[in-house]
Design a protein around this ligand. Structure first.
Ligand code: FES
Length: 206
């Protein structure tokens, strides 16, 4: 697999790595695609809402370590709102690219950062935990990467319909029967949605 020199540098010498004592917020997320995990710790200035310190721990692959490292560089010194807007494409670009089958590592790192921010905001009473709706499903589908090209299935227009009724999440896909990644994509959709207690059943049509 071809990695950029920047990925290799962050893998060999990750920035802001380790556990933080007394963080203001923490989040651990796992990747449905591979089972790897990332934990992100935040120290936030209560008045300015600036991320004053950030650390991460990785339980995964080289790209997991490199993307964990780069998101700490991108987020430190930013306000919570600015840090929320960091995208997995920006993280991958800051590493001078990732192989398509490793794009989900960047999704995982950014997702964990956003969850840590959300945990801070909930703990401080700045937001209430969001309701589970069709939008939640749509947001989760934006994290499902089609590994052949390293883009998410929503951007690739593979998602034709999303429904959520009586606890049943329904997703209609436009993905050819002979596509060798189809089963992976379906499996990953299910893994992304089944973590929500509101989802009793998942139906993926294709
Ligand atoms: Fe899954 Fe890197 S996080 S292979």
């Amino acid at each position: 697999m071809q990695y950029s020199q920047t990925v290799i540098d962050h893998f060999m010498n990750p920035h802001n790595v380790g556990k933080m004592e007394k963080p203001d917020a923490v989040a651990t997320e796992g990747s449905p695609a591979c089972g790897d995990q990332v934990t992100v710790y935040l120290k936030v200035n209560d008045d300015t809402k600036i991320i004053e310190d950030i650390k991460f721990q990785s339980y995964g692959c080289a790209s997991n370590i490199a993307t964990g490292s780069i998101i700490t560089d991108l987020a430190i010194g930013k306000s919570l709102n600015e840090a929320k807007d960091i995208t997995w494409k920006e993280a991958a670009d800051a590493l001078d690219g990732l192989p398509p089958v490793k794009m989900h590592c960047s999704v995982l790192a950014v997702d964990t950062l956003r969850t840590a921010i959300q945990n801070y905001e909930i703990a401080k009473g700045l937001i209430t935990p969001p309701d589970f709706t069709k939008e939640t499903i749509a947001d989760e589908l934006k994290k499902v990467i089609y590994p052949q090209v390293g883009e998410d299935i929503v951007s690739l227009k593979m998602v034709k319909y999303i429904g959520f009724t009586d606890g049943v999440a329904t997703v209609d896909l436009d993905i050819p029967k002979f596509d060798t990644f189809r089963d992976n994509v379906v499996e990953e959709i299910k893994e992304h949605l089944e973590k929500y207690p509101q989802v009793m059943d998942i139906v993926v049509n294709y």
